[in-house]
Write a protein that binds this ligand. Structure first.
Ligand code: IMP
Length: 194
């Protein structure tokens, strides 16, 4: 069986390849296909809707069972922002380092540092069925970036033990991250057959 990891984000594709490793499923990325399908536009109001849009869009374009996720960072003091707009909140062209610096500047002097990562992963099957899986990871926003693993907001996301997500080896990130948690549910679902 082939499963398309419906994402144009190479970091997400890499993480799902690790999280779903060992399953009796051939994982393919959009860039493995010719022609490579374009990422469906996602501008919905929720992680659920955006993940569904991406999974169904890729599945319809390719005829392949597809896993897509919409994910992001919710910061309490910013009333849940950047949330579903995590990729674009600090400007379309900003690098991860620029976004992290902008987030730290916004929270300068703010005592409430609580935050969580959220991931909604949707499986879309070729017959049109969809199933959705949610994972969350609670933490706090630090005062300076630390660590070189992971991607995106990982260097500023501090876990209960004081390490940032970017200081964890990948296997440890996948045990407790939002994507790891959603991905374990996807794994269990795929193990039961399609
Ligand atoms: P989207 O799901 O493609 O809309 O983008 C999600 C955005 O949220 C990413 O571009 C990152 O900025 C952020 N994000 C999602 N998952 C993670 C993660 O595991 N670590 C750090 N940042 C993440």
């Amino acid at each position: 069986m082939r499963l398309l990891i419906g994402s144009s984000n190479p970091d997400k594709v890499r993480e799902y390849r690790q999280i779903l490793a060992g399953l009796d499923v051939e994982l393919v990325a959009p860039s493995d296909l010719d022609p490579a399908p374009a990422e469906p536009a996602e501008d919905g109001p929720s992680f659920e809707e955006n993940a569904l849009t991406k999974a169904l869009g890729y599945a319809r374009a390719t005829g392949l069972a597809t896993l897509a996720d919409d994910s992001g960072l919710e910061v309490s003091a910013l009333r849940g922002a950047p949330g579903v707009r995590s990729r674009r909140f600090f400007g379309d062209r900003a690098t991860a380092a620029e976004r992290n610096a902008a987030l730290l500047a916004l929270l300068d002097g703010v005592a409430d540092r609580a935050a969580r990562f959220v991931c909604v992963a949707v499986l879309a099957f070729p017959d049109g069925r969809t199933e959705s899986f949610r994972g969350e990871c609670a933490g706090a926003i630090g005062v300076a970036p630390r660590g070189t693993n992971g991607f995106g907001y990982d260097p500023v996301f501090v876990l209960a033990d004081g390490r940032t997500m970017a200081e964890l080896p990948p296997s440890e990130k996948h045990r407790l991250s939002h994507r790891g948690r959603a991905g374990q549910l996807v794994r269990a679902r795929l193990t039961r057959g399609w």
